[in-house]
Design a protein around this ligand. Structure first.
Ligand SMILES: O=C(O)C(=O)C[C@]1(C(=O)O)C=C[C@@H](O)C=C1
Length: 112
């Protein structure tokens, strides 16, 4: 396999990763609507559990744990920022006394 071929294969995989992240993004934004503050958005317990689970998934897949840790740390940090931005937008009082996040969340809202 030439370097050009290797890079072409990497590009194809990156395009798949982009598609998967594009599916992940609206789910993360939906999670934001279930949360009422930044601490809940950060969901430290959930994040720790994910990293633990993913380390085992990496082992099973033959993927470097350090790569998984670095990639998911960066990815979750980026999605948290997106969630915080969305959360701020939905929480903004629209002047009617009811916030958009309350309407989007319905009655099942919970912290974290
Ligand atoms: O599971 C959540 O509560 C999310 O908001 C999603 C997500 C993620 O990107 O996977 C984002 C922030 C939290 O740190 C945990 C996980």
């Amino acid at each position: 396999m030439s370097l050009i071929e290797v890079r072409s294969a990497i590009d194809a995989i990156d395009d798949e990763i982009i598609k998967l992240l594009a599916r992940r993004q609206p789910l993360v934004l939906k999670a934001a609507t279930h949360k009422t503050d930044a601490r809940a958005v950060r969901a430290a317990d959930r994040r720790a559990a994910m990293m633990d689970r993913l380390a085992h998934s990496a082992d099973a897949a033959g993927l470097s744990r350090s790569v998984v840790t670095a990639v998911w740390t960066a990815m979750i940090d980026a999605f948290i920022q997106l969630e915080l931005d969305e959360h701020k937008r939905l929480s903004a009082d629209d002047g009617t006394g009811s916030s958009a996040i309350g309407e989007r969340r319905g009655t099942s809202g919970h912290l974290g």
